[in-house]
Design a protein around this ligand. Structure first.
Ligand SMILES: [Zn+2]
Length: 147
């Protein structure tokens, strides 16, 4: 996330809808300070978030949070390969064994390379793009992460 330090130079001399923030003129419609450098509110997705010292504050739902605190994604899937290594989207893997493709006579050979596109909560828990082939849902326990 981009962080920009600035001084708030708002004064009553400026028109109500115009606030100068660090030299960037930001005009808004709701009477809140709008800057392009701050993230939207994580609760209501408002773009009128403003900064107060280390905190970010949403004027629409009154949510306050510290952008420097890491947000723990409780929905993150823990998916491991055949060797117990954590897998993430974008990881390159190889097949740890020959796999028969359901509903066809095709066999994916051990050592076939693939890239994980998406982690999925299910029986086949990784959505992969095979090297030189199509997309395939695989089971993480049948792949090995490439180092
Ligand atoms: Zn909000």
């Amino acid at each position: 996330m981009q962080k920009i330090d600035y001084f708030l130079l708002a004064s009553k001399n400026h028109s109500e809808n115009e606030v100068i923030i660090g030299g960037i003129i930001s005009v808004n419609v709701k009477g809140c300070y709008k800057t392009m450098s701050l993230p939207n509110c994580p609760q209501c997705n408002s773009s009128y978030v403003y900064e107060d010292q280390a905190m970010l504050i949403c004027p629409e739902c009154a949510h306050e949070w510290n952008p420097n605190e890491e947000v723990v994604d409780e929905d993150a899937l823990i998916i491991k390969d055949a060797g117990g290594n954590l897998l993430q989207e974008g990881d390159k893997v190889t097949l740890a064994k020959d796999l028969k493709v359901k509903g066809s006579s095709q066999v994916l050979k051990i050592g076939t390379k693939a890239t994980i596109k998406r982690l999925v909560d299910g029986d086949h828990d990784i959505d992969c793009k095979l090297d030189g082939g199509g997309d395939m849902m695989l089971k993480s326990k049948f792949v090995k992460k490439m180092s």
